[in-house]
Write a protein that binds this ligand. Sequence first.
Ligand SMILES: [Zn+2]
Length: 465
Amino acid sequence: MLFLLTSCLIRPTVLEPAPKELQSKLKSVNWDVVEKEATEILVEYIQTDTTNPPGNEIAGAEYLSSVLAKEGIESKIVLSSEGRGNLIARLSGSGEERPLCLLSHIDTVTYEAEKWTHPPLSGHVDEQGFIWGRGALDMKSMGVMELMSMLLLKRNNISLDRDIILLAVADEEDGGTGMQYLTEHHWDELNCGTLINEGGLGLEDAIFPGQNMYPISVGEKGNVWLRMIAEGNSGHGSTPRRNEASEKLLRALEKIQAIPETTYIYPVLGQFLANVGAHKGGLMSMVMRHPGLRNLLVKSKLKANPLTKAAMMNTIHLTGLGGHNRPNVVASEVFAQFDCRILPGVDPQEFIAELETIVGEDVRFDVLAARRGNQSTMDDPVYRALARYAVAGEQDAVAGPVISVGFTDSIYVRPKGTKAYGFMPVLLNEKEMNGFHGVDERISIENLRNGTRKLYSAIVEVVSE
Ligand SMILES: [Zn+2]
């Protein structure tokens, strides 16, 4: 039985330890000094208002540029539209490889200040060692980790086999216009071979209590945003008649609700689970590696969590309804709005065509957005280095690849042949996670310090000659 099972097992990723000469390059850094510096920079960066809308990212770009200038690193600011600043800074390497790009977004989402313990733009540092403010997690902290990595590469005279480009862009949270603009108008100078961006991050107790999980995003689902519209006769609310818009919409919605939910563990997720199981060892190692056993024993648990469930399927999410809103008037047009997210490999047009067949001719779709998901290979030195340093020094921790359910700016660069990996090297508990787009966003100084160390170490491993 065991023999038969092993024939179709997924192998967990094995991470080799970092070579000795590399470890000495990393030892020269005084992390106490880095911690203090990174904290000061993050506080000032949070205090620089880049709330989107309106964004005004030029203020954030100018701030980062001033920090780089003190170190003798030149940068330039490109405007994607008025006030929407995007920063490009470069450390030159030997050009053996295409550049490694470190991407973050400057803008932050809005906030309801009255609900916060400390004002969202204060950058308040509390006695427990947390830095508070909008962007503390999403994603000014990672912007600072990337910036610090640039400073450290320069200070430590690391000779580079490629250019390192720091990119801090506008408008990720609202329209993605910053990175889109750079991809369309400045690609010749960027030409990122690999890109590190937000995406995955470390979570405490995510599957097994006590185990820290570090998912690294290697791909992103595509998005299909639809407005389903029904038209019919208008009239007086006192008299129900046939051929009314709301009735048609309701029937179409019932058909969509009746679509069976198909979840599956796609290869990337399978690899992640194999890594988790291998780390756990024993029977769990076998279960997590074997597709059949895994479906039987683990899938239901994954389906119970909305996030992991969404990761295993093409979602058709009804996010709103609209139309004429007077109770005594029959609306001649009503609509339902959907945010659908499709796994890499699914064609958006085919997906829409299937929906059209299901709902029939009583309604029509306006397509607001239709974009493919995409994915980078896991067989890559940058991915491996991120995975290695994600778990470095931790007893019960595991790293592995995932496909993000939402998209980031990485989705624009993969079609250019760039390998993009989403990973913010921090470890958060559930309470801290609520800070993303929520109230009381904050990051511990410990996370800022460790994150900078992990990111810098991974970069040095990959690019130093
Ligand atoms: Zn973000």
